[in-house]
Design a protein around this ligand. Sequence first.
Ligand SMILES: NC(=O)c1ccc[n+]([C@@H]2O[C@H](COP(=O)([O-])OP(=O)(O)OC[C@H]3O[C@@H](n4cnc5c(N)ncnc54)[C@H](O)[C@@H]3O)[C@@H](O)[C@H]2O)c1
Length: 333
Amino acid sequence: MRLGVIGTGRIGSQHAAVLAGRSEVDEVIVCDVDGTRARAVAAQIGGSAAEGTGQLYAARPDGVLIAAPTSQHADLIREAVRAHVPVFCEKPVAQSLAETVATVEEAEASGVAVQIGFQRRFDAGCRRVREAIAGGEVGELRRMHLMTCDPAPPPAEYVPHSGGIFRDCHIHDFDILRFVSGREVESVTALGANRGADFFAAAGDVDESVVLLTLDDGTLVTMQGSRYNGAGYDVRLEAAGTQGTVMAGLSGKTPVRSTEPGVVFPDDAPWAGFLERFADAYVAELVAFLDVVGTGAPVVCTPRDALEALYTAEAADLSRREGRTVRIAEVRS
Ligand SMILES: NC(=O)c1ccc[n+]([C@@H]2O[C@H](COP(=O)([O-])OP(=O)(O)OC[C@H]3O[C@@H](n4cnc5c(N)ncnc54)[C@H](O)[C@@H]3O)[C@@H](O)[C@H]2O)c1
């Protein structure tokens, strides 16, 4: 297979290296508005560099991967589906709700396979929670708890364009919640606090968050997030039912210390960030995409899934700003 990679920054260069290392991939062609960067990444992975997306599509790729900045995603997805080329695009689909809806509708109407990069769907621990719920191991699901806590804030200039903590960080929680529970979110109540740098408040954002959600079967969900989790990168997902409780993200690398006498937990260095924590999941999502391209396998994370997660993020943001519970039906309409 011949794969194209559009955007060779932090995540794009990592994805390009994974693709180049796969036996089912014969050639990787990268492109970037920064041609020097594209050529350097091409040299590193043993691929080639195209001058722009026009030259990339002229080479007739079997699939393309988009890892350009978020502001470019919608246009680049449209370009791929209009060229009838299956596409993997990093999350999110677009910057605004309106642009997301329009892009999802065009992608669906095209019939071209589009996978969105919510990599937690390919994390072994999260998948095991899904199996435990679907297989009845926890009994009847009653409660869930999720967290996404960053060890340190992003650069100040990133925050005003990030969409805020609910669209930028918790969007992964909102997506994995639907994937593992098999349920839809019905209502959201969100709280936020400004305890850190002034640039969060200046951007209308918060740096600490708590979210309460109700699913359509009555399951109650709590979430917490932080931009200042000094202990390390902490992403966990717990599901509790009438027969048992399971948790993803609980290992020797979980950034939490037990205070019980005689308990030595955890016993390893904490995860430093998402690239380390989800290294295997980033590979697994690309293997799944190659299966989509090569065999027409169904897409695990569709643009519609990304839109559903965005509805929850929109509801959380509205809830926090207006100090009230928001039903998903309100933002959907
Ligand atoms: N799933 C995840 O966990 C995860 C993690 C990190 C980033 N992301 C997403 O991946 C995307 C990229 O993030 P990043 O941190 O790698 O960004 P980055 O800034 O490091 O890299 C982006 C690259 O795209 C290039 N670029 C800009 N416009 C382009 C265009 N029109 N065509 C081709 N190349 C273009 C830039 O020159 C740069 O090299 C973002 O949308 C981000 O939300 C997802």
